[in-house]
Design a protein. Structure first.
Length: 360
């Protein structure tokens, strides 16, 4: 009997204690889902926070607030001072940086995301070709969640198209790794739409130049693996070939000669022919071997072209310096920066067309 009484008292104390734990009700919190930062001049940042507003028996809307501050935390405090409910960042989906700010460097602002334990490492980041604040404030998204829209747009393009896997985690890894520069998606407001227009190449944490859509296919092949995705090739004789990329893998070989590195990149792609069009009126046979060889040469030329552009701007998004460091104990960062503009890089592409359909 005594044991039962003691157990009852313990249960009562436990339950009463639970009632004292603070709880958060979803419609009494402003959960930030999107942030945007732009340069405002004189060491001042224009910060924008986007969060959904939930009302009983009504569709949710998106609230977007902007203010100025010298740090991202000051911006958050200023916006919190004019908000009905407290602002929290546990549901952050996207962090956008206007090009004006990105040219000056974004690491200080990115660092605050990394230090916030409530923010996950898979938050998407992107550079805005224009003003991040204006993009988040687009009228089209007053009733449609702009943060979720950008997140899902980036997700599907990474999964099914030419964008490499990118998020807060990959940025921090690339930024902190010696011998590699980071890169981020580049998006733009085009009339009443948001579009991915390429990749922003950074030097350390500063925006340098864009890699536009025509170059994204080969770039992703060099830095990431394709699981699927369509790409169209135009051959010298005017024939059009559309391939579905089933799988790709790039292997980097480093040869050290008198302390200087020489790189060979071997890129293999398994594909399936999805469409073939000839400028000739009559039906023509598909010469698979010839098509493969011509596409190989096209991609090798495209790869060397963008690598030349990287060298010209002194940026290393492929991480050649990091690969050199792995193979050479005497690696010196300053010395590598002198070697990089003239380092030899060879690219070998092997496209394997597995199926050509009934036309073959």
């Amino acid at each position: 009997m005594g044991k039962r009484i003691l157990l009852g008292l313990l249960v009562t104390i436990f339950l009463s204690g639970c009632t004292m734990i603070p709880t958060n009700i979803v419609n009494q919190i402003n959960m930030i889902q999107g942030v945007g930062y732009d340069w405002a001049g004189k060491n001042t940042i224009k910060g924008t926070l986007a969060y959904p507003i939930y009302k009983k028996n009504q569709p949710s809307t998106t609230e977007v607030k902007t203010t100025l501050g010298e740090t991202s935390k000051e911006i958050r405090v200023n916006i919190n001072n004019e908000s009905r409910y407290p602002i929290q960042s546990g549901q952050l989906r996207v962090a956008l940086y206007g090009k004006s700010l990105a040219k000056k460097g974004i690491n200080d602002i990115v660092d605050t995301l990394n230090r916030d334990p409530s923010i996950g490492s898979t938050v998407h980041m992107a550079i805005v070709d224009g003003d991040a604040s204006e993009l988040l404030k687009m009228k089209k998204f007053k009733t449609e969640n702009v943060s979720l829209y950008v997140q899902e747009m980036l997700d599907q393009y990474m999964e099914s198209a030419r964008l490499p896997e990118l998020n807060l985690h990959t940025f921090l890894f690339q930024y902190s790794q010696k011998g590699q520069d980071p890169y981020l998606p580049l998006i733009k407001q085009v009339e009443d739409n948001i579009k991915i227009i390429g990749i922003a190449i950074l030097k350390d944490d500063r925006y340098v130049f864009p890699l536009l859509m025509d170059d994204l296919f080969i770039f992703k092949g060099l830095v990431d693996k394709y699981k699927h995705g369509l790409h169209q090739f135009k051959l010298k004789n005017g024939e059009m070939v559309v391939l579905d990329i089933l799988h790709s893998k790039a292997k980097y070989q480093v040869k050290i000669i008198n302390g200087r590195p020489e790189f060979t990149i071997n890129l293999k792609m398994k594909t399936r022919l999805q469409e073939f069009r000839s400028p000739k009126k009559q039906r023509v046979a598909i010469n698979k071997k010839k098509i493969q060889q011509e596409i190989d040469k096209q991609l090798e030329g495209n790869a060397l072209k963008i690598i030349g552009k990287f060298k010209k701007h002194g940026v290393d998004p492929l991480g050649l310096g990091a690969k050199y460091k792995e193979h050479y104990r005497g690696f010196n960062d300053k010395q590598w920066k002198r070697f990089y503009p003239t380092a030899k890089v060879h690219v070998n592409v092997k496209v394997d067309i597995k199926q050509t359909g009934t036309v073959d």
